[in-house]
Design a protein around this ligand. Structure first.
Ligand SMILES: Cc1cc2nc3c(=O)[nH]c(=O)nc-3n(C[C@H](O)[C@H](O)[C@H](O)COP(=O)(O)O)c2cc1C
Length: 193
């Protein structure tokens, strides 16, 4: 069975939700998955044993989480040996403004450059925001930045901009790049032969 590592840093929970969704889809395709929440300081033990890896993080005030950076600095070389992908979660990913999307792409590329890890694929996924979970300062900051970037968010309640078809297509693409992976149908065929 193909073992897929999914390491993520999520502050408000949307990156976690995206990773759990990807894990369920991978499991449905016959993989085993190991979800690691980097913000909990989980050990790196599973990294050496995976056949493919997904690393995911979200953008806050123009930056990614420090725990993500530390994880990639420690494990980038090992992750470079297997098919890999990075999921960058932000609200700018939903912007109609090309410059806003380019800005968040630059943040992501700079992070990957700084840690010296080049995944096979970088995918930008739009996130979500829950106004009630933010303090007044954060609400104002998110509103101002998103208005400027042409992303419409509700002034109250939860706005989820994640395109789940994009996440599904990304998972399918990753599976196609994993040499060891066989679909459940193919595995069943092998058993019968
Ligand atoms: C305080 C704060 C700052 C944010 N800053 C940015 C930003 O600079 N650029 C951006 O595109 N999205 C920004 N976002 C949106 C987050 O990337 C988005 O809410 C994402 O879904 C968060 O992922 P998480 O729930 O996994 O932490 C910000 C959100 C918050 C709450």
């Amino acid at each position: 069975m193909t073992a897929v590592l999914i390491a993520f840093a999520s502050r408000e929970g949307q990156t976690r939700k995206i990773c759990v969704h990807a894990a369920r889809k991978l499991e449905g395709a016959g993989c085993t998955t190991q979800l690691i929440d980097l913000t909990l300081g989980a050990p790196d033990t599973y990294v050496e044993r995976c056949d493919a890896a997904i690393v995911a993080g979200s953008v806050h005030r123009g930056r990614m989480d420090q725990t993500l950076m530390s994880f990639l600095m420690r494990n980038g070389a090992v992750l470079g040996r297997v098919p890999s992908a990075f999921i960058s979660v932000s609200l700018s990913a939903a912007s109609v403004d090309k410059d806003a999307r380019s800005a968040v792409d630059e943040i992501t590329r700079q992070l990957l450059h700084d840690v010296g890890w080049q995944p096979d694929e970088v995918v930008h996924v739009a996130g979500a925001v829950e106004m009630e979970a933010l303090n007044l300062l954060e609400r104002c900051a998110v509103h101002a930045v998103m208005q400027h970037r042409g992303v419409e968010i509700e002034s109250q309640g939860r706005t989820e901009l994640t395109n789940w078809d994009t996440v599904d297509a990304f998972v399918t693409g990753l599976l196609e790049r994993v040499p060891a992976h066989q679909s459940p149908a193919a595995e069943l065929r092998d058993v019968a032969e």
